[in-house]
Design a protein around this ligand. Structure first.
Ligand code: ADE
Ligand code: ZN
Length: 402
């Protein structure tokens, strides 16, 4: 009988249900030339290795693209509906979740605006915002820049003061309880008129100290940024920072307009920029941040599946890409879930993940010294992990790593 001889041994690390394992493989001389040539010898826990999912969870992160109304989980929707005597077109939480199958942006927005109908009082906006904060502080999100859509509420008779007070109170609590910093960005609904946006800007002026910037959201195609040039000029005069959703479903031309006519300092989504090489050149040159939302883009069919997402191509083109959740209650994930889905789907390296997390802080509206402190905290984490294990690993067994 042939004696077994190990011709070549390799040790790799893989993750199985979140636990890191060493897998020791060797080539067995007895089976040379057939499919048993490669034998898996050992499969043992490896406590010294940090798998990429664990690494992502531990990373300090900043979220720059989050619609607070999009963080309304079905459970809270039902609780608020009961508290406020609002009738919902759904009988159960499960029914709500089943309705979250979207074919495009508009099919989502119809449900999203309807869901926001349960928000009536200061306490509702406070509970909504604090629920989001509590979720993401557990995910090591250290700074958030939150969008809110005043017109969704003022058009239903909810005063501007009511919604801004509830949101602001929760953000004060976020700082006191968790040390989490925040900024607020008020979005104009682009499917409504310029006049309506102007009057919303007027509503915001008494609360200028609580609001850092203005943005542009809602149905994109057919509602180009140029429609809001005068509104953004007025916002500039009032000292607001400016961002805009552009190039989510709309063409690269909308990104040009957001830059040239609105004067934005960040583009929300912007994934269609890759269709225009001159635009990419400009965005790279200006280090213009793009707040990309991977799970949103697959849920709303901008890309059929994560493997088709162009985030890695954007990163490789030198663009300042950040990862964000957009409307986490509707799209199946908060910050960690978005990072993990993009990492898996696009096989992002540790370096990619670190760069994206750092971009989140670099692109924020924090002061320079605060940004530097967050970047240092990422480097400190890397230093600690390297010192304790020496290895960062991102191989996974398909389908077994949950
Ligand atoms: N409002 C909430 N989510 C949005 C998105 N992904 N695009 C445009 N408007 C939105
Ligand atoms: Zn958005």
């Amino acid at each position: 009988m042939l004696k077994s001889k190990k011709l070549h041994t390799s040790v790799i690390s893989q993750s199985v249900r979140g636990q890191a394992f060493h897998i020791i493989k060797f080539l067995d001389s007895r089976f040379r030339g057939n499919d048993k040539f490669l034998r898996v010898c050992h499969f043992k826990p490896n406590k010294g290795v940090i798998m990429i999912e664990e690494f992502i969870k531990a990373l300090p992160k900043a979220e720059l693209h989050l619609h607070i109304e999009g963080s309304l989980e079905p459970e809270l929707m039902f609780e608020l509906a009961e508290r406020n005597n609002v009738e919902l077109p759904f009988a159960t939480v499960e029914e709500v979740r089943e309705a979250y199958e979207f074919s495009d942006l508009q099919s989502f927005l119809d449900i999203y605006y309807a869901g926001a109908g349960v928000l009536l009082h200061v306490s509702d906006f406070f509970d909504l915002t604090l629920a989001y904060i509590e979720r993401v502080q557990k995910q090591n999100v250290r700074h958030v820049e939150i969008f809110f859509d005043p017109q969704t509420h003022t058009d239903r008779g909810v005063p501007f003061q009511t919604l801004i007070t509830g949101i602001h109170k929760a953000l004060v609590e976020a700082k006191e309880k968790y040390g989490m910093t925040s900024r607020l960005i008020m979005c104009f609904l682009r499917h409504l008129s310029e006049e309506a946006a102007m009057s919303t800007l007027e509503d915001a002026l008494p609360f200028r100290g609580w609001i850092t910037g203005v943005g542009l959201d809602s149905s994109e195609v057919g509602f180009p940024p140029e429609k809001f040039e005068r509104v953004f000029a007025k916002a500039t005069a009032a000292g607001f920072r400016k961002v805009a959703h552009a190039g989510e479903e709309g063409p690269p031309e909308y990104i040009w307009q957001a830059l040239d006519l609105l004067g934005v300092s960040r583009i929300d989504h912007g994934v269609r920029c890759l269709e225009d090489p001159k635009l990419v050149q400009r965005l790279v040159k200006e280090k213009m941040p793009l707040t990309v939302c991977p799970l949103s883009n697959t849920k709303l069919r901008v890309f059929d599946k994560m493997e088709d997402h162009n985030l890695k191509k954007m990163l490789d083109a030198g663009l300042c890409v950040t990862i964000n959740s957009d409307d986490p209650a509707y799209f199946g994930g908060y910050m960690n879930e978005n990072f993990i889905a993009a990492q898996k789907g696009l096989n992002l390296s540790h370096e990619d993940v670190i760069e994206i997390a750092k971009n989140g802080f670099r692109a924020s509206y924090l002061a320079e010294d605060e940004i530097d402190a967050h970047l240092q905290s990422i480097d400190d984490l890397l230093g600690q992990q390297r010192a304790s294990s020496g290895t960062l690993v991102n191989q996974q067994i398909p389908g077994k790593n949950e």
